[in-house]
Ligand binder design. Structure first.
Ligand SMILES: *[C@@H]1O[C@H](CO)[C@@H](O)[C@H](O)[C@H]1NC(C)=O
Ligand SMILES: *[C@@H]1O[C@H](CO)[C@@H](O)[C@H](O)[C@H]1NC(C)=O
Ligand SMILES: *[C@@H]1O[C@H](CO)[C@@H](O)[C@H](O)[C@H]1NC(C)=O
Ligand SMILES: *[C@@H]1O[C@H](CO)[C@@H](O)[C@H](O)[C@H]1NC(C)=O
Ligand SMILES: *[C@@H]1O[C@H](CO)[C@@H](O)[C@H](O)[C@H]1NC(C)=O
Ligand SMILES: *[C@@H]1O[C@H](CO)[C@@H](O)[C@H](O)[C@H]1NC(C)=O
Ligand SMILES: *[C@@H]1O[C@H](CO)[C@@H](O)[C@H](O)[C@H]1NC(C)=O
Length: 738
């Protein structure tokens, strides 16, 4: 690329497109001039930012970072996690960040015993154990799989306990699965529940099992989901799940430190009693599918329904109990809830013009075991991106217009602990000043296509960035799909606009939660994923998520890592550089209109049967659409040289997402405040827009008549809150109070 000149290259291209698309999209005319001590000659010799980034982000450097991050297990709150935090902090100091902060929180985490493993036993009629599950996952390939530091298999926050009872197989443990069992007359009181992982968040399964009186829960990953091509074609021969894999994961439903709800776990924090902590009271344990076979192949009772049959070479039965009379299952969990310290590491490149406006980028530090994909593929990408941005500062005297804030979070795997405590501690400043939070939990979990969850305000910035990243897949390039966007549009298309890539709902499941759902800061979470299936990557949270899995199977050459790193950097630049924030208000209006139409279509008759009017709501939705159009018109003639005018308009843009925050929370969910984008209650991973309305309506359908009036009151009250928020979102886009 040639020399930099005003409004050329990428920025001009984007500007043109934005005008065509009628979007709020404008860029700085003189981004390079933000620098200090840059002489004219050097200024003119600079390539534009994106070109610089693209040339500097080095796959081999990402590979080296990943290697250095994945030698040892590094569970949240352990010495190994602290070592990793220090490594990130040292790296950022060396790279020349303006500021690096270590931010400690004293929190409650959970570990397996170091001496006594968690075991599942088959016990015969005389009480003798006839079979015992594996204490650890079997080493299969990479040398580090065999080191003694590998923890005993466990689920975070599963209660310690030693219970014995009959087993009931509950399929995926969804609401409809438990209903089915209830229809079959199978009672879970006193039973140990066996569920397969994969369709919903495991903590939701644990909560339902506990509510239904089960005394324990055993989880496994079924080969039909994670090893569909049979036991021969699994890791290390492919990325599919080997029979000995047992995925870890937290079973705490509430995010953050369980003992300091809503407030930061600093030294002065008030801690609720342990007995009130929102963690399971029953033991829960993951096992491998070869171990699940030992239980399922002996289970009595009726055969499970067709859709409940899995990939093991047997007919799955429901239970309760075993075909051998008197046999029981013993679940022996020896976890320990422990008060410990976890650290966030925060690195800052100060903005030149608006240092108090933050574009945040984040990934987490802790891993269940080696974290080859989750999170360290993302950590490696973040360290490479910070290397390149700080190099740009050092070598070229460049500075972003707004501050870039790099965040490495502690103890994410335990339920977003480090990030949530941080958004609690700095919530007021962030709500006022943060432009966006860009999360990469893992850079890759495969090499099939990009998959992105995002707030609608960021759609256009992400689409435009993805259109400029060369396709890392040589086969796809050969087929004429030259960019990341092209493969994304082909392999994950939007169901409504089929030539456009799908933007997934920003539900929960990673560190953006506090930003999006509590503070109203627009968020993105992106990665390369492994297939068009909705299930997660097969090795997720297992022993086999090693450096070798990444280096030898998923991303030989680290080109997919580079693509995600480039994209992350492009999106950050496009939010940090332009004078006017490039938020896609039009996309937000469309999103909200579609979501409201969905609710009316699905539940319109039900609502009408109560004589509840949706007219105010519908009018507010339309008003929001019109306000975004008026706003775009009003800023056409904005004097970009007037810093107060620019700041005023940006403040209005930033207020839009904030307007959807209800400080009192959604019905029955004080920890979710965003009335549009909160994830649905029944599954913390997925999303339904206006979850407060749709969850209540869903519940109404399931509720006996005599209990309905209370729910209708809940609905009406929340409908009014939603309507009020929509009206506010329209008003913040003007200079007037009303
Ligand atoms: C748990 O109970 C089983 C069966 O009664 C017993 O064999 C085992 O030793 C117990 N585990 C512990 C840690 O006490
Ligand atoms: C069925 O699967 C189990 C567990 O993977 C295995 O041990 C057994 O050999 C298999 N049996 C047959 C007949 O394939
Ligand atoms: C639980 O952890 C605490 C603090 O680390 C330790 O003192 C205690 O011995 C542990 N208990 C068990 C049962 O491992
Ligand atoms: C995934 O892609 C394959 C072919 O590439 C196709 O056969 C299959 O239907 C797709 N599945 C989904 C869920 O889109
Ligand atoms: C992409 O992943 C597949 C496994 O899913 C692997 O066989 C292939 O070699 C990978 N492609 C690249 C370019 O790394
Ligand atoms: C927004 O309003 C404009 C102008 O009335 C209309 O053309 C457009 O379809 C509306 N969009 C949505 C998503 O309702
Ligand atoms: C709705 O209004 C109609 C007409 O006024 C009335 O007959 C009906 O009972 C009302 N239904 C409810 C649930 O209030």
């Amino acid at each position: 690329m040639g020399k930099y000149s005003l409004v050329t290259g990428c920025f001009a291209g984007a500007l043109g497109l934005a005008v065509v698309l009628g979007l709020v999209f404008a860029f700085a005319t003189t981004p390079w001039r933000n620098g200090r001590n840059v002489d004219e000659e050097e200024l003119l010799a600079l390539e534009d930012f994106e070109d610089y980034l693209m040339r500097q982000v080095d796959p081999q450097s990402i590979r080296q970072f990943l290697r250095s991050l994945t030698h040892l297990p590094h569970l949240g709150g352990t010495v190994e996690e602290h070592r990793m935090s220090a490594l990130i902090s040292d790296t950022w100091h060396q790279q020349g960040m303006d500021e690096v902060h270590m931010v400690p929180y004293e929190v409650l985490l959970s570990y397996p015993s170091k001496e006594v493993p968690n075991l599942v036993r088959l016990v015969d009629q005389d009480g003798a154990a006839t079979w015992v599950s594996a204490a650890k996952q079997k080493p299969l390939y990479s040398p580090e799989e065999a080191i003694p530091d590998v923890p005993f298999t466990f689920n975070g926050y599963a209660a310690p306990g030693n219970v014995t009872g009959d087993v009931v197989y509950v399929n995926y443990g969804r609401a409809q699965d438990f209903e089915k069992l209830s229809e079959e007359g199978i009672d879970l009181e006193g039973k140990i529940v066996l569920a397969r992982y994969g369709k919903i968040f495991r903590a939701n399964i644990a909560q339902t099992a506990e509510d239904l009186g089960a005394v324990g829960l055993v989880l496994f990953s079924d080969p039909s989901d994670y090893a569909p091509e049979g036991p021969e074609f699994v890791y290390p021969h492919s990325y599919f799940l080997p029979p000995s894999a047992a995925p870890f994961g937290t079973v705490k439903l509430v995010d953050g430190d369980p003992l300091t709800p809503f407030y930061p776990a600093t030294q002065s924090a008030f801690h609720i009693p342990m007995a009130e902590a929102p963690i399971p009271t029953i033991p829960v344990q993951p096992i491998s599918y070869e171990d699940a076979w030992q239980i399922l192949s002996r289970l009595g009772g009726a055969p499970a329904p067709e859709e409940w049959q899995g990939g093991l070479n047997i007919t799955y039965h429901l239970g309760p109990g075993f075909s051998q009379p008197g046999w029981k299952l013993n679940l022996d969990v020896n976890n320990n809830n422990t008060h410990t310290t976890t650290y966030n590491v925060i690195g800052v490149i100060k903005g030149s013009v608006e240092p108090d406006r933050y574009v945040l980028l984040g990934n987490h530090i802790d891993a269940w075991i080696f974290g080859g994909l989750d999170p360290n593929s993302g950590t490696a990408a973040m360290l490479e991106l910070s290397r390149v941005f700080t190099k740009l500062v050092k070598e070229k005297g460049w500075r972003p217009r707004r501050s870039l804030v790099f965040c490495a979070w502690g103890a994410e795997e335990y339920g977003l602990v480090g990030s949530l405590e941080w958004t609690e501690q700095f919530g007021k400043q962030l709500a006022d000043r943060a432009v966006a939070y860009l999360n990469v939990d893992m850079a890759i979990e495969g090499n099939y296509t990009l998959r992105t969850k995002s707030a609608p305000l960021l759609y256009q910035v992400i689409y435009e960035s993805a259109k400029k990243i060369p396709n890392p897949d040589p086969e796809e390039t050969k087929a004429g799909r030259l960019t990341v966007y092209d493969t994304w549009a082909l392999r994950k298309p939007d169901p409504v606009e089929s030539n456009t890539p799908l933007m997934q709902f920003i539900g929960s499941g990673s560190d953006y939660k506090g930003f999006q759902h509590n503070l109203g800061i627009p968020c993105m979470d992106t990665r390369y994923t492994y297939s068009n299936r909705t299930l997660g990557e097969p090795q997720y949270h297992t022993l086999y998520e090693t450096f070798a899995l990444v280096d030898e199977i998923y991303d030989r050459g680290f080109h997919f890592h580079k693509a995600v790193t480039d994209l992350w950097g492009f999106v950050a630049l496009r939010l940090s550089e332009p004078e006017i924030l490039p938020f896609s208000l039009g996309a937000y209006a469309t999103f909200i209109s579609r979501a409201s139409a969905n609710i009316l279509e699905k539940y319109g008759d039900l609502i009408a049967s109560q004589n509840i009017t949706m007219d105010y709501f519908t009018a507010a939705v339309q008003k929001f659409n019109l306000s975004t159009i008026d706003f775009k018109k009003s800023i056409e003639k904005l004097d970009l040289k007037n810093p107060l005018a620019v700041r005023r308009v940006n403040d209005q843009l930033m207020m839009v997402e904030r307007a959807f925050i209800d400080t009192r929370g959604l019905p029955g969910r004080p920890d979710y405040n965003h009335i549009v984008t909160a994830p649905s209650k029944n599954d913390a991973y997925s999303g339904t827009a206006f979850a407060g309305l749709s969850d209540t309506l869903f519940a109404l359908q399931e509720t006996p008549d005599d209990l309905r009036p209370d729910l209708w009151v809940t609905f009406s009250r929340h409908l009014a809150a939603v309507t009020h928020a929509l009206e506010t979102a329209s008003k913040v886009l003007t200079d007037d109070l009303w």
